[in-house]
Design a protein around this ligand. Structure first.
Ligand code: MEV
Length: 293
């Protein structure tokens, strides 16, 4: 069976959401597709190659997903194959999407009857198994789809559209989250107010998005990017991209963990993204022949 799950953008609130602050997030129209087929052994194939269980390597999220799933449903062995539209390690939630899509495909293949809430709980555990740290935001959005204000879990709608520019630099989310925590521990008097300011931006940002107020979203993007820079998650390349976008009269900010990855912009982007994509779903094609990716 084949299941898919969407990537995501954090419009406001990356990093501060780890400390219980508000975040504004949306599933996007780039998806990860996973095919699961019962088999005598565990075999995982993706663009990174083919492995068995690979808990510490390129297939860490998938391996942990199979292990977590097998705690709730017996899995003798399974062949898992991945095809993803989402660039890896670039802030668009590819790790959560592959985790959620794997759980969705296993759920369908083994007839486990898990609902979205249970898939999310397992995906949340996988995030912690692999990263040791994380807010659960990415698996949440990838599972349920749509656009959300967290931690309230309030759905919202906007007609605004955004674009992304990939800095071409990859980064490891857990590493970035740890760096921010170290900075907070070393400079609590500086960093705690910054996290509070990010919280205020996310609250105002949600309101501006719902009013489709692009001028206000633009202002808040600029403020948020300056604060992300203050907590050390921007890079010289991202700063250059942001400067170019601003010179052209638009706004841009990091989306996701930073340290590279993608920049979300109000214009000048390389790729337009649609928000509010559907969450995890079983596909009605049974082989890749009819996949649209
Ligand atoms: C990563 O997409 C978002 C971060 O806030 C980490 C997290 O929430 O787990 C940087």
């Amino acid at each position: 069976m084949i299941a898919s799950a969407p990537g995501k953008v954090i419009v406001f609130g990356e990093h501060s959401v780890v400390y219980g602050k508000h975040a504004v997030v949306s599933a996007i129209d780039l998806r990860c597709y996973v095919k699961a087929e019962k088999s005598g052994e565990v075999r995982i194939t993706s663009s990174f190659g083919t492995t068995g269980y690979d808990f510490a390597g390129k297939h860490a999220y998938i391996s942990h997903a199979i292990r977590r799933f097998s705690e709730v449903c017996e899995v003798g062995g399974v062949e898992v194959e991945v095809r993803s539209d989402i660039p890896p390690a670039s802030g668009l939630g590819s790790s959560a999407a592959v985790t959620v899509a794997t759980l969705g495909a296993l759920n369908a293949e083994f007839n486990a009857g898990l609902g979205r809430e249970e898939i999310f709980e397992l995906a949340r555990k996988v995030e912690l198994d692999v990263q040791g740290i994380g807010s659960g935001t990415d698996p949440f959005v990838s599972t349920f789809g749509g656009s959300w204000v967290l931690p309230e879990k309030r759905r919202f709608h906007t007609d605004l559209e955004f674009e992304v520019i990939d800095s071409g630099e990859t980064s490891v989310t857990a590493e970035m989250v740890r760096r921010v925590r170290e900075l907070r521990d070393a400079y609590p008097d500086v960093i705690l107010p910054v996290l509070d300011a990010m919280d205020a931006i996310a609250v105002r940002g949600a309101e501006a998005l719902e009013r489709n107020d692009i001028a206000e979203v633009s202002r808040l993007f600029r403020m948020n990017q300056s604060l992300l820079r203050a907590i050390g998650v921007s890079t010289p390349e991202i700063d250059r991209i942001v400067a170019r976008v601003e010179e052209a009269g638009y706004s841009a900010k990091i989306t996701g963990a930073g340290g590279g990855g993608c920049v979300l912009t109000t214009g000048m982007g390389e790729m337009r993204i649609s928000l509010s994509a559907e969450g995890v779903r079983v596909e009605d094609f049974e082989d890749w022949g009819s996949a649209d990716n």
